[in-house]
Design a protein. Structure first.
Length: 165
């Protein structure tokens, strides 16, 4: 619950293990609902692929209050998310990286700060960029589906009283 608004976040995170016939985990399918924050807006690269003509967008989704579900996956895979914090006022906050290619990259690139989105896809585990600080790989999501749910409501700054007629 935030102190400013007094409302709980309605964020969501779930994962499903996809297994082969012998019971081995092939991949994890993730569904998450959260907010695109200012520092999580997607950036796009259009110089990828063998012919340098493929596009890919990279961004981050902020998810509040889903720590227990996220921790189960991270403990199982011995990985981490881009950022995790806990405060008494806000509760848990997890920032999860994602990447989208082709036409999904264009859709993701159009999301702006404050957009509430649903993102689903496969978990991908990138090697640590700073193994001295944290050797665990970072979990990110390769987007297979996305949906704009709306925009985060912001409190009105001031209201002017109406005059009596």
């Amino acid at each position: 619950m935030t102190m400013e608004t007094g409302r709980k976040y309605k964020d969501y995170f779930s994962f499903e293990s996809i297994r082969d016939k012998s019971g081995e985990v092939i991949c994890y399918h993730i569904t998450m609902i959260g907010t695109i924050e200012q520092d999580g807006e997607a950036r796009i690269r259009s110089d990828l692929g063998t012919d340098k003509d493929k596009r890919m967008a990279f961004g981050r989704l902020t998810v509040h209050g889903c720590d227990k579900k996220i921790r189960v996956l991270l403990d199982e895979t011995e990985s981490r998310v881009y950022y995790h914090s806990y405060t008494q006022e806000e509760g848990t906050t997890d920032i999860i990286s994602f990447a989208a290619k082709d036409w999904r990259a264009d859709e993701i690139y159009n999301y702006t700060a404050g957009d509430r989105v649903l993102i689903e896809g496969r978990a991908y585990f990138r090697p640590s960029t700073n193994p001295e600080r944290d050797p665990r790989p970072e979990m990110s999501v390769t987007v297979s589906g996305q949906f704009l749910l709306g925009r985060r409501r912001r409190p009105m700054r001031s209201l002017l009283p109406q005059e009596d007629i």
